[in-house]
Design a protein around this ligand. Structure first.
Ligand SMILES: [Zn+2]
Length: 242
């Protein structure tokens, strides 16, 4: 079954140990997780075969070289966007591959936060998850460091919105509390109130909300814009200014 034991690193990235039946594999190790990986490996219940990154930023991929050197004998692959540290393979948009004995992985290119951003959709039987890096958070999205509102609109409202509604969302950071502070200024409804309550009572929210939860057409109205790309740009600017 997947996933996962999660290794929260707030305010830095969240790292997830992705566990399949056997052999097991690891997702996105980082310099800080080496001791945890060693512990899992020494238990004999896991194989470590690859690092998977969502984008090149240091707090997501900056530990690759250290991890590679810590586990030199394992010849780990580094799967991620083209600018990730020591990347060895960048699957094309829509390309799929398998890890472990039963987890299928699909690369979803979502350029905007960085041009090399890739969200990873994974399925194990009926269980579906997406690792969204800094593209989609619970109740918010990443900054447009290398992209445009049109690109984020496509990433969120076309690429990720096309995933099954029951796909659990695993973002790269635990930003839900901050996102809710902004959300309540632009939208007051039951979904936002529920999210606010959940974030107040839980330190970790990744994997607790789904793609279906992230869809809310009402939010458009607060920007007084009609075109969805303009809405995306206006919302991001409102949040940047907060
Ligand atoms: Zn980032």
């Amino acid at each position: 079954m997947m996933p996962s034991s999660s290794i929260p690193q707030t305010p830095l990235s969240t790292h997830l140990v992705l566990v399949d039946a056997l052999p097991n594999e690891i997702l996105r190790p980082h310099v800080r997780v080496t001791p945890v990986l060693k512990q899992h490996l020494s238990s004999g219940q896991m194989n470590l075969t690859a690092i998977i990154n969502t984008h090149h930023h240091w707090d997501h991929a900056g530990g690759n070289d250290k991890t590679l050197s810590d586990f030199k004998n394992l010849n780990l692959k580094v799967i991620g966007g083209k600018d990730c540290q020591s990347v060895t393979s960048t699957p094309k948009h829509g390309e799929t591959f398998q890890i472990g004995s039963g987890i299928s992985v699909k690369a979803l290119h979502t350029p905007c936060h960085t041009q090399d951003s890739i969200c990873w959709f994974m399925q194990d039987g009926d269980e579906k998850v997406v690792f969204t890096g800094d593209t989609l958070f619970i109740g918010g999205c990443g900054r447009f460091f290398e992209g445009t509102p049109a690109e984020m609109h496509k990433a969120l409202n076309e690429t990720l919105a096309a995933l099954p509604d029951d796909t659990k969302v695993y973002p790269g950071h635990e930003y839900t509390k901050q996102n809710v502070k902004f959300l309540v200024t632009v939208l007051q409804n039951d979904a936002v109130r529920n999210l606010q309550k959940f974030a107040e009572n839980n330190e970790q929210t990744q994997g607790k909300f789904t793609i279906g939860d992230e869809k809310d057409p009402v939010i458009r109205k607060v920007t007084s814009k009609e075109n969805p790309v303009d809405v995306m740009g206006a919302l991001r600017e409102m949040k940047n200014a907060m």
